[in-house]
Design a protein around this ligand. Sequence first.
Ligand code: ZN
Ligand code: ZN
Length: 312
Amino acid sequence: MTPETCLKSACTGVHVSIQGGISTAFDRGTALGCRTIQIFSHSSRTWAGPEISDSEIDRFRSMHRSMGIGPILVHASYLINAATSDPEKRKKSGKALLEDWILSNRLGVSGLVLHPGSAAGQSVDSAISLAAEMIREVLDWPVKGETRLLLENTAGGGKTLGRSPEELEALFSAIGHPSRIGLCLDSCHLFAAGFDVSGESGYEKTLREFCRVAPQKKVTAWHLNDALFEVGSGRDRHTHIGTGRIGLWFFWKLLKDPRFEGCPMILETPKTDGDREDRLNLETLSILGRQSVFDAGEPALRATLSALAGGR
Ligand SMILES: [Zn+2]
Ligand SMILES: [Zn+2]
């Protein structure tokens, strides 16, 4: 499936494991019926990843062409903090980000998703300049490819950057490179950061603001997660679609929103039972995508939600 196919129907998918090699992600994604996938380049909790040979890159690219998956995202390591002022941590973060950036371009993926960083121990303004400086250096690196670096909005806990349109706007304008950067919105993070998108007025106001600050006024990718805690909690705890505080309406509305047509929409919901929960969450999205009028009481939808709630 090409990215164009995603324009005709919701481009939904899942963050899948690469255990056994980076190209194994395609088998996992296609088994679930994903139209898009997100992967880590290596364990997100370790600094160094394995060397990936040119033949492995060729295998990945040829499977991408043949396996019916549209846009692919790589999520950068959680260890990277582009905003840190500690020289040792800056060196490690810069190196890890550059490695993920070079690899993402070699793989030919659409986006590398990055949390903008944490301002611990410094003002937000100086943290934004430090983050922008590191990201700019990476984007200046002479590497061939079409990947965009996507900044992800954050849940607002601690001193993480990127919780509001204002912080993201400041980051984007300090980074420059408008054709190589983009915005990835995570619905759980939006809600946790205080944006109540669960009803019409909050939805419109919030998304208008975030679209306004995004490079080229466009959201490049979505992470679809319901939120376990209340609006403004600052807590980054994802839960299954329709079982959290955001609720089904938001996801129905988003799937119908022409501003996000063709946009990769990745589930990062909990996995405690193989791929069973991923299948049920994808089914929820698929049922909502077919509803021209929102109907939370549709029997198929109730059955999917109760299977998720009941654990069987
Ligand atoms: Zn993330
Ligand atoms: Zn996310």
